[in-house]
Design a protein around this ligand. Structure first.
Ligand code: URA
Length: 209
C-alpha cells in the first residue's frame, strides 16, 4: 500500500483553520489555499531523488546535489484543483500542467471526462493530481484512471481535506498512489459534504456562492 501522509506542520494547520472558517473572505480563502498548497508541496517533494554534480563556488570546486529523476507534472481536477496550482508552482516552477475536467452523470452518478489535456510527455513525468476535497473519491479515482489509461505510472494525489470514505475508495482502486492531505476529517454528510470540511471549495475559491 502506498503512503497516506497528513501534512501536520503547524503553519499548514493554522492556515487550514482560517480556510475552514465560514467568515473568511474569498480573497483570503484564495490566498490561504495558495499558501497551504505551497507548504504541502515541500512535503510532497521530500522524496524526489538527488544526484551529485560539480560546481565552482567562489572558493573551490565542490560536489553538491541537484534534483534528478523524472520531471514533474501537476494535474488539477477542474475546477477547484486550479486553486492549488500556483502554490505548488512556487516550489517547482518548471512543472508542466495538465487539466482533467469531470462531471457526474446524473443517471449513473459516475464521473465522466469532459476535458483532458495533458503534457505531451505525461507518461515520463511524476504526476501530482490536485483536488482540494477528497469526498467520495469518485473524481480522484476517475482522474487517476485517465492518467493510467495514457500510460502514466508515477502518480501522487494531493488534497487539502479528505473524508475517510474517499481515502479508502482511492486506496482500494489505486493502491500504488501516495495520498497527501492537510487534514483527514470525520465523515461525509448526506449531501456529500465533508464534515467539518470547508463547504464547497470551488465556490469559496471563485466566489460563486
Ligand atoms: N467538494 C467540496 O467542495 N466540498 C466538500 O465538502 C465535498 C466535495
Amino acid at each position: 500500500m502506498a503512503k497516506l501522509v497528513i501534512c501536520d506542520h503547524p503553519l499548514i494547520q493554522h492556515k487550514l483553520t482560517y480556510i475552514r472558517d465560514v467568515k473568511t473572505t474569498t480573497k483570503d480563502f484564495r490566498e490561504l489555499v495558495d499558501e497551504v498548497a505551497m507548504l504541502m508541496a515541500y512535503e510532497i517533494t521530500r522524496d524526489l531523488p538527488l544526484e551529485t554534480i560539480t560546481v565552482d563556488t567562489p572558493v573551490i570546486t565542490t560536489e553538491t546535489k541537484v534534483i534528478a529523476g523524472r520531471p514533474l507534472g501537476l494535474i488539477p481536477i477542474l475546477r477547484a484543483g486550479l486553486g492549488m496550482v500556483d502554490g505548488v508552482l512556487k516550489l517547482v516552477p518548471r512543472a508542466k500542467i495538465g487539466h482533467v475536467g469531470l462531471f457526474r452523470d446524473p443517471e449513473t452518478l459516475m464521473p465522466v471526462e469532459y476535458y483532458v489535456k495533458l503534457p505531451t510527455d505525461a507518461e515520463e513525468r511524476e504526476l501530482i493530481v490536485i483536488d482540494p476535497m477528497l469526498a467520495t473519491g469518485g473524481s480522484a479515482i476517475a482522474a487517476i484512471d485517465v492518467l493510467k489509461k495514457r500510460n502514466c505510472t508515477q502518480i501522487k494525489l494531493m488534497c487539502l481535506i479528505a473524508a475517510p470514505e474517499g481515502v479508502k475508495a482511492v486506496q482500494e482502486v489505486h493502491p500504488d498512489v501516495d495520498i497527501y492531505l492537510a487534514a483527514l476529517d470525520d465523515h461525509l454528510n448526506d449531501h456529500g459534504y465533508i464534515v467539518p470540511g470547508l463547504g464547497d471549495a470551488g465556490d469559496r475559491l471563485f466566489g460563486t456562492k
